[in-house]
Design a protein around this ligand. Structure first.
Ligand SMILES: Nc1c(NC[C@H](O)[C@H](O)[C@H](O)CO)[nH]c(=O)[nH]c1=O
Ligand SMILES: CC(=O)[C@@H](O)COP(=O)(O)O
Length: 140
């Protein structure tokens, strides 16, 4: 049984609730356990995962959040840099599923966050478990 950490960037409560619901359902359905850590925004997620990994308590990580484009270039920074930081950790060997939505509007986010629609939270959890399985197979 694996123990995962959900790291959620809680910028939009109602959207995160849906993403976390989907991720938790996927983790439970696969027979694993988890904890949840909340950070202010997507830019804090890579650092939070890196810090959590120093504890050696977690086998895999699920990054969740929602980045909705506003009026300025900040969307590119938040969306791009959070993804880049997560990808760097993943390439460094951490099993991370990235469920941080980067969308144009709330309607796009809702469709993707809802577990009974695109369930991107559940998909991110499954991706983390797939990477964990791959890492364990490669270590044999
Ligand atoms: N605009 C969004 C943000 N912005 C906040 C940053 O992620 C970060 O917390 C801040 O710059 C302080 O370092 N975060 C999201 O997750 N979603 C957004 O739409
Ligand atoms: C993704 C963002 O950072 C965005 O919510 C910020 O909005 P704005 O670009 O209008 O300041």
């Amino acid at each position: 049984m694996a123990h995962l950490l959900i790291v959620e960037a809680r910028f939009y409560d109602h959207l995160n609730d849906l993403l976390v619901q989907g991720a938790r359902a996927a983790i439970k359905a696969a027979g694993h356990t988890h904890e949840t850590l909340t950070v202010p925004g997507a830019l804090e997620v890579p650092a939070a995962i890196a810090l959590a990994d120093q504890s050696e308590r977690f086998d895999a990580y699920v990054a969740l959040g929602v980045v909705i484009r506003g009026e300025t270039y900040h969307f590119e920074i938040v969306a791009g840099e959070s993804a880049r930081g997560i990808m760097a950790l993943t390439i460094d060997g951490l099993a991370i599923g990235n469920g941080i939505l980067t969308v144009e509007n709330e309607a796009q986010a809702l469709t993707r966050a809802r577990p009974d629609e695109k369930d991107k939270g559940g998909e991110a959890a499954k991706a983390a478990l797939a990477l964990l399985d791959l890492r364990e197979r490669m270590a044999r």
